[in-house]
Design a protein around this ligand. Structure first.
Ligand SMILES: *Cc1c(COP(=O)(O)O)cnc(C)c1O
Length: 404
């Protein structure tokens, strides 16, 4: 008789987005005349930029002729894309990362979920609280997190690093020593980030205690302040302690196109064992490459036209972020994020819980957001609004909130 991976049974139901959908549907059914504005989703809405569409069309045409047809892609990704990444995302920023340290993938969710496979089951993970759920859940599936306490919403073998307004949303070094540290900066859901000097302290800490940092840079394109690092490899010593995961989803609107990459520096070792070699083996065995067509689209992200068009796209979303932030401040809210990320994180007023504020905003302003408590216990009393909507809707949502 076969047995299942029991760890899956330990996963608590993920009720966040299904509960939101249920509440929104019920409200809509009862109030068909009300126009809802959705500022809850973490998905982009702008269409793919023209330079990228052009690259996609031309790659599709190549596939139609025997002379230019492409079958299986090389394990690590096509050189044209890895060279463009190395040049633009690293060399141009003074980071010493070469093309053969870059592994092209179908996105950051899979990489951030899969990367734990190359580490021992005995490792202890540390995560920020609130957190992007993939980091924790993928370690639950692997049996690394101990038991779940529904009362505290915490796992016995996970080290939580609260990120709240009292510490300016900057994770503090934990009391117990972790083996693997997940950092997502700029952060989803809080929209906040840390300075390059603060990130350097984390790199020094990881090297000192012998931990590896899994660094999720999905929102790098939204950084607007000069003292914020665009890559963890801007920090000295990161090549011996950090893996960086990047996505084309938020900077280029590839949430439905699918492309990402992971950097594993060759100096990153456990004793004599190279993590680069392990990830190469894992990639070669379990992944058959991102599509040629999509990798050509990824290359166009780094073309002159592509860069200019994407800069405008990011600016469009960040204008929404500024609109939300200013509007909420004018309405008297305590507001965080929205400067280096497309997320606004607000403190709920009058001691309301995250869900109470969700209902209040839905019923009184017909605006949908995301309760902070859905991202972890330290998210209680906070609320997330996203800048990924249309500008006109964002403006109207804020007018409604201000009128409350
Ligand atoms: C959106 C997002 C990603 C991107 O995932 P893809 O699979 O590349 O679309 C990764 N990490 C975080 C924290 C995100 O919010």
């Amino acid at each position: 008789m076969f047995k299942i991976n029991d760890n899956y049974q330990k996963l608590p139901g993920s009720y966040l987005f299904s509960t939101i959908a249920k509440k929104v549907n019920e409200y809509s059914a009862a109030n068909p005349d009300k126009k809802l504005i959705r500022l809850g989703i973490g998905d982009v809405t702008q269409p793919i930029a023209p330079a990228i569409i052009e690259a996609l069309h031309s790659a599709v045409d190549e596939m139609s002729k025997a002379e230019t047809f492409h079958g299986y892609a090389p394990d690590l990704g096509y050189e044209f894309l890895r060279n463009a990444i190395a040049e633009n995302d690293y060399k141009a920023r003074g980071c010493d990362i070469s093309a053969d340290e870059i592994f092209v993938s179908d996105g950051a969710k899979s990489d951030s979920g899969n990367i734990q496979e190359i580490f021992s089951e005995d490792n202890r993970i540390a995560v920020c609280d609130p957190v992007y759920p993939v980091y924790v859940d993928s370690n639950v599936m692997a049996g690394r997190t101990g038991t779940y306490d529904p009362a505290t919403e915490m796992w016995s073998n996970v080290i939580y690093m609260p990120c709240v307004k009292e510490n300016n949303f900057v994770p503090e070094f934990p009391k117990e020593t972790p083996d693997m540290i997940y950092l997502c900066l700029p952060n989803n859901p809080t929209g906040t980030t840390i300075t390059k000097a603060q990130l350097q302290e984390w790199v020094d800490y990881a090297n000192k205690v012998g931990a590896v940092i899994i660094y999720d840079g999905a929102y790098e394109a939204y950084i607007s302040e000069d003292d914020v690092a665009h890559s963890i490899y801007e920090c000295e010593g990161a090549r011996t302690c950090a893996i960086e995961i990047k996505s084309f989803s938020k900077n280029a609107g590839f949430t439905g196109v699918r492309l990402g990459y992971t950097v594993v520096p060759k100096e990153l070792k456990c004793g004599d064992v190279s993590l680069h070699a392990m990830w190469a083996r894992r990639h070669g065995t379990k992944f058959n490459g991102a599509p040629y067509i999509i990798q050509r689209a990824g290359e166009a992200v780094y073309s002159e036209a592509g860069k200019a068009q994407l800069k405008q796209q990011v600016a469009y979303y960040m204008k929404n972020a500024a609109t939300i932030k200013r509007g909420l401040q004018e309405a008297g809210y305590e507001v965080f994020g929205g400067v280096n990320a497309p997320y606004i994180w607000l403190k709920t007023p009058d001691q309301m819980s995250s869900w109470e504020f969700f209902d209040y905003l839905l019923e009184k302003a017909n605006v949908v957001g995301t309760p902070g408590s859905g991202f972890g216990p330290s998210g209680e009393g906070y609320f997330r609004l996203t800048a990924f909507g249309a500008y006109e809707n964002t403006l109207e949502a804020l007018e409604r909130i201000k009128a409350l």
